[in-house]
Write a protein that binds this ligand. Structure first.
Ligand code: MN
Length: 210
């Protein structure tokens, strides 16, 4: 059973101190939709230490004041592992007005080293590296309900998006090294912040394409 901790507005100072002892944290967010930030808003932020736990925080959508979350995100000693951070980092930086430092993106890593597969969804990686079947059905559900109204199934769903990421990132890092693509990966990640700026400025297409 995943140990789930819920927080309203911001993670508690005690929990935040615990999390900051970790060298890496898995991270994910849920929003009211995929068009962040202009149409949709950040609804939930999830962390995991990698020990089958999930810290689920519902930020205050009126002011998005969450200094304890920001402290974690801006701590460059902690690697934030996420899947498709182009979405999550965009929402976090825009709504929490912060800079997310030191990131590892399992989707970009997967695309660069798992060239034998066309499938780079979290579900595919969880299946390959953790031998578990992820149910993504609840992905599009109402995350803006009150924290107490979120169902156990919803809470387990948004925990599942973070609890496997440590294992997956370790496996992918080994593969990137084996395939001699670590440098290419690192340079791709350096561009992510610019990619997000392009998204937020309306340039959602690939500007390198002919
Ligand atoms: Mn998610």
């Amino acid at each position: 059973m995943t140990k789930i901790y819920k927080f309203q507005d911001d993670i508690s100072t005690e929990a935040s101190k615990e999390l900051q002892k970790c060298s890496s944290l898995a991270i994910d967010t849920e929003g009211s939709g995929l068009q962040i930030p202009h149409r949709d808003k950040l609804s939930l932020v999830q962390f995991s230490t990698g020990n089958n736990d999930a810290y689920i925080i519902q930020p205050n959508r009126k002011n998005y004041k969450a200094p304890n979350i920001v402290k974690i995100l801006e701590n460059d000693k902690i690697t934030k592992i996420g899947h498709y951070l182009r979405y999550d980092v965009s929402g976090l930086e825009y709504f929490l007005k912060c800079e997310v430092k030191n990131i590892f993106d399992t989707k970009i890593a997967s695309k660069l080293c798992r060239t034998y597969s066309q499938n780079h969804g979290l579900k595919d990686l969880v299946s390959e590296f953790c031998g578990k079947k992820l149910d993504k059905k609840l992905g599009s559900s109402d995350w803006n309900k009150n924290l107490e109204e979120l169902t156990d199934a919803q809470l387990q769903y948004c925990s599942n998006d973070v609890i496997y990421l440590h294992k997956i990132s370790a496996a992918l890092k080994k593969m990137l090294i084996r395939e001699n693509r670590l440098e290419l990966y690192e340079n791709s990640i350096k561009f992510l912040k610019t990619r997000i700026k392009l998204d937020q400025s309306g340039f959602t297409e690939d500007i390198f394409q002919h």
